[in-house]
Design a protein around this ligand. Structure first.
Ligand code: GLU
Length: 293
C-alpha cells in the first residue's frame, strides 16, 4: 500500500518501529476503526517493526467483554497480526497514578470541581472545534486556581477531576506522517484538559501518553478526529520528560450523509458488513482508495 504525501516509514536504523492498535471495547468496530487498524498494520509491516494491541478499557460503564472478543475476532478476520499479549489499560492504573504524581510534583495540574455544565454556561466559553469526540469547551481561565495558592495535595483529592494547565499562547507543531505540518495554539485551540477523573481513573489523554511512552511506541497511527488530542498529548509527553512518538492520522470514514461514523452506525460495523457478505479484499480496496484521495 502506498501512503500519500510521500510518507515513508523509516526501517528502524535507530529505534525499531513499534506501533499499536488501540480499540475501545464500547461497541463493535466500524469501518473507520478497521481502516485505521489496517493502515497501522501496513505501516508496521513496511517498517519491519512490531505492532502491539492495547485495549482502552478504562470506561468501566461502557466497556464490555463481548466487544473485546469482538474486536479480536474482527482483527483476525482481517488478518491483522500483533505481538501478544494484549495490553489492558485497566491493569495499569498504578502506572497512570505514578504519572499523575509526577505531573502534580511538577505543578502542571490542579483539582477542578466545576461541572461540564458550569464550563458550558461560562460566559464566552468558546467551543474547541466542529464538535467531535475530541472536542470540549475551552476551560475558562477564570476557573483556574490562583497560581500563587498552595498546591492541593493529591491524597484524598484523587476523587476529583484534575486538569492540566496549558501554557497559554504556546505554539505547538508536529509533522504528521499523513496530514503534513499541524499547528495549534494552547489556550486558544484547546484549553486546560482533564488528566484524572473523579471516579479515580485517568483520562484517555493521560493513559494513552503513559502507555505510548512506557511501551516504546515510535509511531501512533489513529483517526484524524484525534489531531486535537495530539496537541494535548504533546504537552503531556513534555511534562513527563518523555520523547514523543511520530504521528500518522488516518482519513475518517464518513456515512452517506457525510457524518463521521460512530459506534451507533451498526450498519457499518464490520460484523454487519461481514454477515452481509463483505469480503476482506473488497474492504481493503476501499481503504486503499481512501488513502489515495
Ligand atoms: N481508544 C481510542 C479510540 O478508540 C484510540 C485512541 C488512540 O489511538 O490514541 O478512539
Amino acid at each position: 500500500m502506498n501512503f500519500p504525501n510521500g510518507a515513508s516509514v523509516s526501517k528502524g536504523e535507530h529505534t525499531p518501529y513499534r506501533g499499536r492498535l488501540a480499540p475501545s471495547p464500547t461497541g463493535h468496530l466500524h469501518l473507520g476503526h478497521v481502516q485505521t487498524f489496517w493502515i497501522a498494520s501496513q505501516r508496521a509491516i513496511l517498517a519491519e517493526g512490531e505492532l502491539l494491541l492495547r485495549c482502552d478499557d478504562l470506561d468501566f460503564a461502557r466497556c464490555r467483554e463481548e466487544f473485546v472478543t469482538g474486536f479480536v475476532e474482527d482483527l483476525e478476520w482481517l488478518n491483522i497480526r500483533w505481538l501478544p499479549p494484549m495490553v489492558r489499560q485497566r491493569d495499569r492504573i498504578a502506572l497512570y497514578r505514578h504519572a499523575l504524581e509526577h505531573l502534580h510534583a511538577g505543578g502542571y495540574i490542579y483539582p477542578c470541581d466545576r461541572s461540564r455544565r458550569d464550563v458550558l454556561n461560562a460566559a464566552g466559553a468558546p467551543h474547541e472545534g466542529p464538535g467531535g469526540e475530541d472536542d470540549e469547551p475551552i476551560y475558562p481561565p477564570a476557573f483556574r486556581p490562583d497560581p500563587a495558592a498552595p498546591l492541593t495535595p493529591l491524597g484524598d483529592s484523587i476523587w476529583q477531576n484534575w486538569r492540566f494547565r496549558v501554557p497559554d499562547g504556546a505554539q505547538l507543531t508536529f509533522e504528521d506522517g499523513n496530514l503534513g505540518r499541524q499547528c495549534a495554539t494552547a489556550g486558544r485551540d484547546f484549553g486546560d484538559f482533564v488528566v484524572w477523573r473523579k471516579d479515580g481513573l485517568p483520562s484517555y489523554q493521560l493513559a494513552s501518553v503513559v502507555d505510548d511512552a512506557l511501551l516504546g511506541i515510535t509511531e501512533v497511527v489513529r483517526g484524524a478526529d484525534l489531531v486535537r488530542s495530539t496537541f494535548r498529548q504533546l504537552l503531556l509527553f513534555k511534562a513527563l520528560n518523555r520523547c514523543e512518538p511520530r504521528f500518522f492520522h488516518c482519513p475518517l470514514v464518513l456515512d452517506d450523509q457525510g457524518n463521521r461514523l460512530a459506534k451507533r452506525h451498526e450498519a457499518l460495523s464490520l460484523r454487519t458488513l461481514r454477515s452481509a457478505g463483505a469480503t476482506r479484499e473488497g474492504l481493503l480496496a476501499r481503504f486503499d482508495a481512501a488513502l489515495r484521495r
